[in-house]
Design a protein around this ligand. Structure first.
Ligand code: SF4
Ligand code: SF4
Length: 66
């Protein structure tokens, strides 16, 4: 059976730019763009879900990519 791959997606209108997700991400896949909102580098994200789990604003969702 094929393993499901997931990727983090940030919602910039809900993000409060606290930076928690960037600190939690072991792959350094998240940056806070101009101090305003989180952006995920999808080429680095391994879908661990730590950012989603720790975001206080519920601004990250895990999306199934395949
Ligand atoms: S899912 Fe994991 S690897 Fe991907 S951005 Fe979030 S913390 Fe980083
Ligand atoms: S943890 Fe959530 S609110 Fe904080 S910067 Fe990341 S996406 Fe934005």
């Amino acid at each position: 059976m094929k393993k499901i791959k997931r990727q983090a997606v940030s919602n910039k209108s809900e993000c409060v730019a606290c930076g928690v997700c960037a600190l939690e991400c072991k792959r350094q896949a998240i940056q806070i763009f101009k101090g305003c909102y989180a952006i995920v580098d999808t080429s680095l994200c391994v879908g661990c879900g730590m950012c989603e789990k720790n975001c206080p604003a519920g601004a990250i969702e895990m999306e199934v990519i395949e």
